[in-house]
Design a protein around this ligand. Sequence first.
Ligand code: ATP
Ligand code: MG
Length: 411
Amino acid sequence: MNAVIVSIGSELTSGLLVDTNSAFLSRELEVAGIEVAAHFTVGDEQPRIVAALRRACEQADVVIASGGLGPTPDDRTRAALAEAMGAELIEDERSFAEIEAFFRKRNYPMSRLNRVQAMRPAPAEAIPNANGTAPGIAAELGEAKVFTLPGVPGEMRAMFREHVLPRLGQAGRVILHRRVCCFGCGESSLAERIEDLMAARGDVRVGTTASSGLIAVHVSCAADSIESARRQADDILHEIRARLGEWIVAEGEDASLEAAVGELLRSGGQTLATAESCTGGMLGEMITAVPGSSEYYLGGVVSYTNAAKRDLLDVDAATLESRGAVSEAVARQMADGVRKRFAGDWGIGITGIAGPSGGTESKPVGLVFVALSDREGTHVERQIFPGDRQAVRRRAALTALNMLRKAMENL
Ligand code: ATP
Ligand code: MG
């Protein structure tokens, strides 16, 4: 069984919006053993949607479309599907009642336009939307099954998992994806250790992608059943852990270093404060993007100027003068100072030259000092990071998190 995904919306074709719906649908379909043959993207014009739906249905057994089911005149998916099917649009009574109830519950007047959302091609079926007003539609076009879903990602995902996947069943080979996040090594030295796994071309595939020093190892396992794919995935992950263990910082599709560090702090009942210069709050932003971070993150100081380092973090004026703001000694005092000011278990200090200007022979662009302080002492790493301003800043923040992770895991 194979599928074509159709994304509908002029925001997509004009590049104002990145199509994340297709990526989600592709992954879900592959896990269900349905091969995705193509992605089509079309604007909001009805004739184009009709053509895309027809072409998709000629090529695939299953067509999943998203977008254009809203109440406004530029939402043309409903009418386009009816036209492609050569069917009439009729009002679905149950959908109408549900849309009415949706507005009543929120004490909001229902617009005349919302009534359009209850329409469906006569021979089709409405799919209820638990999270919004636009019902989806399940229909048949030629030999293919077609599902049109709302564009809003949360509504689309819930509707796909609850109402579409169960109707597809397991159709063929299942493909399971796993992801392992590594940090603290180069992509090529990592690849050297798993070269044989990456070269293998069988049911189990291993590949890597890298961004700002974070290396993701992607594993995909194809099998006849989900159980067998899981067994293969467990085996290969066991092998990958044995070879890359020291560099692995997190595992899982949504795993991140900041969440892994957060979990270590939370479970150990420990707290953290940060003092940032060249990262300007980026580290604090990463830490607080993790839900529940208030349990362990006390706060931070963005100490960009010398005066801020001195007044807010007790960095010694003489040290600033003699060593300069970008120095091991200042990073150390920033980490110590912020830990003491916030009365935390851990303090992090970051100071560096993110570029593109400001570098000198002895202090080049990319030079960053990252310090980690606890009651027992302070450890400082000196690094020269490659990349542009943003990459240097991101690597600095990640390095700080990784130092903390290693310290907490006694590595
Ligand atoms: P609505 O009732 O909100 O109008 P709709 O079914 O008409 O729903 P669209 O108008 O196409 O959906 O999209 C609504 C919003 O959902 C878009 O503005 C966009 O933010 C998001 N969206 C739509 N399609 C995609 C997509 N393919 N990938 C990511 N986001 C999307
Ligand atoms: Mg819309």
